[in-house]
Write a protein that binds this ligand. Structure first.
Ligand code: FES
Length: 114
């Protein structure tokens, strides 16, 4: 997990299952809780740009509301035959809240910025 930069998620995290768009580190992402576990994933469907936070979860997968492509919440892989994937961002629980890790580009590591 080297080269990750951690950003606090400034959002109330409900105890029950939920899914909504959030902005973390200036990026629009999809934050959700499914079967008790919180996930942070990209919010744009790689198939044709559907908004994933408008979808739903079933059997450990998130389903896009547009054409119903499904993506694993654990590793981001698209269902069989799709050949695509979504980004999943690592989360870290700290005493003051939840943090999301973002890979830093080589450029930002050397020259600063995000
Ligand atoms: S836009 Fe998401 S499945 Fe087509």
């Amino acid at each position: 997990m080297a080269n990750l930069r951690w950003y606090k998620i400034e959002e109330e995290i409900p105890e029950e299952d939920f899914m909504r768009q959030v902005i973390v580190a200036g990026k629009k992402l999809c934050l959700l809780r499914n079967e008790g576990k919180v996930h942070l994933i990209q919010n744009t469907c790689p198939h044709a740009g559907g908004i994933l936070s408008g979808g739903w979860c079933t059997k450990g997968q998130l389903v896009c509301p547009i054409h119903r492509y499904a993506y694993s919440l654990e590793n981001g892989r698209g269902a069989e035959g799709q050949g695509d994937y979504i980004n999943i961002y690592p989360l870290r629980e700290e005493p003051d809240g939840l943090y999301a890790g973002f890979r830093q580009s080589l450029f930002s590591r050397f020259f600063g910025g995000d």
